[in-house]
Design a protein. Structure first.
Length: 161
């Protein structure tokens, strides 16, 4: 809460940067340039075991450069669309209380699957997400969370910071 008694708006920039689509877009860009770098620096090719021979094998630099540039374009588009959608949700979304109804037993890379239920206009919705194991323990002690929900599509939501 701000000192004026009005709710503090969520930090839109951070939310947009933390969206899954931004990470996927960045991974695409990195994968494309990693393939190019592996070819140019070490002679490794996709789909071939080992290195290029020095027996006059064809130079595929242009192929790998175009591949990296294509992955860069696609990755940038994926990240931009995801960030824009997340920012839109943060800007026009409404805050709704939610309750963590279960935390998963499966731990993958320190992450636990979590289910959160919330009610909009009398209808109950369920959000499935992943949380750090330590965060899941905190949810067990204090199951109440705040979600930002799209008023036009209540099934679309995100956890508030």
């Amino acid at each position: 809460m701000a000192e004026t008694g009005e709710p503090t708006p969520p930090r839109a920039g951070r939310a947009a940067l933390m969206s899954t689509g931004v990470f996927v877009g960045a991974a695409l860009v990195l994968a494309g340039w990693a393939a190019f770098g592996a070819y140019k620096l070490f002679g490794f090719e996709l789909g071939r075991a080992g290195r290029l021979g020095s027996d006059g094998s064809e130079d595929r630099t242009v192929f790998y450069l175009v591949l990296a540039m294509g992955f860069t374009v696609v990755g940038t588009l994926v990240a931009a669309v995801s960030a824009r959608r997340t920012l839109g949700l943060v800007r026009r979304g409404v805050e709704v209380p939610g309750v963590v109804t279960s935390d998963g037993w499966v731990v993958v890379n320190g992450m636990v699957n979590v289910k959160i239920e919330y009610v909009v206009e009398g209808q109950t919705y369920t959000m499935k997400t992943s949380a750090l194991k330590s965060q899941a323990r905190q949810y067990q002690a204090e199951p109440g969370v705040t979600l930002i929900v799209d008023p036009d599509r209540p099934g679309r939501c995100m956890l508030k910071d």
